[in-house]
Ligand binder design. Structure first.
Ligand code: TYM
Length: 336
């Protein structure tokens, strides 16, 4: 029997951080052999806010190497760059014509980013979730494994798919967000009430996957804590304690109960080095593989080319169905 499909993506808009890893990639890797996976590097999403062209190219290549270094295997996954598959932007345009403005206006991430961009807010930023819907639906996946912050975008994608099916006939599978309860929302190290984010101006708010052991120790050392004795999960008054314990749980592979019992009697001075060691041990093998891959640009380029061709073949099939359903005149086949 064919395996169910998954689709997900990450923007090459900054360095990958622990939130991206624990909320997304780690889960993709853990489940990969049970699915037929498509994982995309969404460079066309990244340019909805200003990017330096040279840096964007470098980050795109780097993210491709990181996907592999984190353990994604090409026997289970197609790993590709969004701009190498033109069907994404064509379908996004077609979806834009059937998506009411007010559906897009409701998007929380749009509202947040608009706040930052002010007068510079682009039309692209507004239609960002429509491009995301196109990314997903081109591959007809059953699941979209993401962190919690993407839930609303996946809901919009489902609404667009239903509307298309209603208007033009059954075309799309309605995908489901696949959000793990733990790690779905890793918070900033400097403020436990805000999510860890690539766009936070403070480097100390996040740990990058390629941070050196020294940098990791420094960031954990500086991480915000509180002055309550003992370290415990699930106390709404202690968001930082909950977040740091969660990171420890996910990087050490221990259960919540084990971590709660181990850390309940600790002070921060005892816990922080333990946490730093656990993060370093998780990232070390990834960094080592990354360095190996990074030293072989020709090999990476070839893999990118092969995978883009696989993605294009699937995407183009869906897009042709959409063109036919919507009534675009085809140059292939008969004249009727
Ligand atoms: P992006 O690039 O912001 O994040 C990539 C993935 O990492 C997850 N994530 C987090 N998980 C836990 N804690 C955090 N602090 C944290 N920060 C980020 C995100 O939920 C995501 O799974 N719009 C998407 C990219 C995208 C996409 C798609 C995703 C474009 N098309 C189609 C899925 C399917 C984004 O900006 O992710």
């Amino acid at each position: 029997m064919a395996k169910p499909r998954t689709f997900s993506g990450i923007q090459p808009s900054g360095e990958l951080h622990l939130g991206n890893y624990l909320g997304a990639i780690k889960n993709w890797v853990a489940d990969q052999e049970h699915y037929e996976n498509f994982f995309c590097i969404v460079d066309q999403h990244a340019v909805t806010v200003p990017q330096d062209p040279k840096l964007l190219r470098e980050r795109t290549r780097s993210l491709f190497a990181l996907y592999l270094a984190c353990g994604l295997k090409l026997e289970y996954c197609v790993l590709f760059v969004q701009s190498h598959v033109p069907a994404h932007t064509e379908l996004a345009w077609l979806f834009a014509t059937i998506t009411p403005m007010n559906w897009a206006e409701r998007m929380i991430q749009y509202k947040e980013k608009k706040e930052k961009q002010g007068e510079e807010t682009s039309v692209g930023l507004f239609s960002y979730p429509i491009l995301q819907a196109a990314d997903i639906l081109l591959y007809q996946p059953k699941y979209v494994p993401v962190g919690e912050d993407q839930r609303q975008h996946i809901e919009l994608c489902r609404d667009i798919a239903r509307r298309f099916n209603d208007r033009f006939g059954q075309t799309f599978v309605i995908p489901e967000a696949f959000i793990r309860p733990q790690g779905a929302r890793i918070m900033s190290l400097t403020d436990g009430t805000r999510k860890m984010s690539k766009s936070d101006p403070s480097e100390f708010s996040r740990i990058h996957l390629l941070d050196s052991p020294d940098a990791i120790r420094k960031k954990i050392q500086k991480a915000k804590t509180d002055s309550i004795r003992g370290i415990t999960f699930d106390d709404p008054a202690r968001p930082e304690a909950h977040n740091l314990l969660t990171i420890y749980m996910l990087t050490s592979g221990k259960s919540k109960e084990e971590v709660a019992a181990e850390c309940a009697g600790m002070g921060w001075a005892q816990f922080k080095p333990l946490l730093a060691d656990s993060i370093i041990a998780t990232l070390e093998p990834i960094q080592k593989r990354y360095q190996e891959l990074w030293s072989e640009p020709g090999y990476l380029h070839e893999l990118m080319r092969e995978n883009a061709a696989k993605a294009r073949a699937v995407a183009e099939q869906t897009l042709q169905k959409v063109r036919d359903a919507m009534g675009f005149l085809s140059l292939e086949g008969s004249l009727t």
